[in-house]
Design a protein around this ligand. Structure first.
Ligand SMILES: [Zn+2]
Length: 267
């Protein structure tokens, strides 16, 4: 896997605090309820390291929940033991869930997918079940049955299987197709911090703030994180973002476990 750093992180603006604050204020001005739900989802988790620890320390410092997509084939007993250290320290903050089987693309043409149309139903079912068993074997009750497909994409048969296998939800990116069967909620991410496509830093920052504003205007803001692609500027920005978010009473910071409970109460 390549871990390149998106252009915006090579040239961060100086006025981060005021830009973030202005962005939130103007978004909520245009939001009928003037409040929003915010979640953070970190993908490609399993291997402990400096970047991962730094990420976790930030969320602990700001008492902000984080949903962690763990790649089952990468998780070993010793690795979980390290991750579990964060679980013990702050057990209410984390939602450990399933991210693919081994993060491998199987499609020959088109966009990358591990659970896409080229796979048979039985292959998909096998990968989902062995992934879940592996995570449950290590994590036991710390595991939350929500599935994030690698590259935010999967086919309809995966969505149907997820529902049949009793997953509480899927998490893809905003506007993902095919849409989910009605009984399977999709906790969509609509802000991507570290895999942005803009070539120029300025365009990257404009794009990021536009996405953030649109998400907060909708009242539901899902922010995607890749700790392997974070440099100092990316950590500084996340620190600022968490500091501002966690102080606002008009924003509810949640993880997938909270969203599952919220959904159950509403239905
Ligand atoms: Zn991933």
């Amino acid at each position: 896997m390549s871990h390149s750093i998106s252009s915006l992180w090579l040239s961060p603006p100086k006025d981060l605090v005021s830009r973030v604050t202005r962005c939130i204020d103007s978004a909520l001005d245009e939001n009928e309820k003037r409040e929003g739900i915010v979640f953070f989802r970190a993908d490609d988790v399993a291997v402990p390291g400096k970047g991962f620890s730094r990420l976790m320390e930030l969320f602990i410092r700001h008492r902000t929940p984080l949903s962690l997509g763990v790649v089952p084939a990468w998780l070993s007993g010793p690795r979980w033991k390290v991750l579990k250290g964060f679980e013990r320290r702050d057990s209410g903050l984390w939602c450990w869930h399933q991210h693919g089987w081994r993060h491998q693309n199987h499609e020959i043409t088109g966009k990358k997918q591990e659970f896409g149309p080229v796979r048979t139903e039985s292959q998909i079912k096998r990968d989902l079940i062995r992934g879940r068993r592996r995570l449950e074997a290590q994590m036991e009750s710390d595991f939350c049955p929500v599935f994030t497909p690698p590259w935010n994409r999967c086919g309809l048969s995966t969505l149907i299987l997820l529902r049949e296998l009793g997953y509480h939800a899927v998490s893809r990116s905003t506007g993902s197709q095919p849409s989910t069967p009605i009984e399977l909620p999709d906790f969509q991410v609509n802000v991507d911090l570290h895999t942005r496509k803009e070539q120029r830093p300025l365009a990257g920052w404009d794009g990021l703030f536009e996405d953030l504003k649109r998400a907060l205007m909708s009242g539901f803001c899902g922010i995607m994180i890749h700790h392997q692609r974070m440099n100092q500027a990316a950590f500084t920005f996340l620190d600022v973002l968490l500091e501002i978010f966690s102080r606002r009473i008009d924003l509810s910071l949640v993880h997938f476990g909270d969203l599952v409970r919220l959904q159950a109460r509403q239905s």
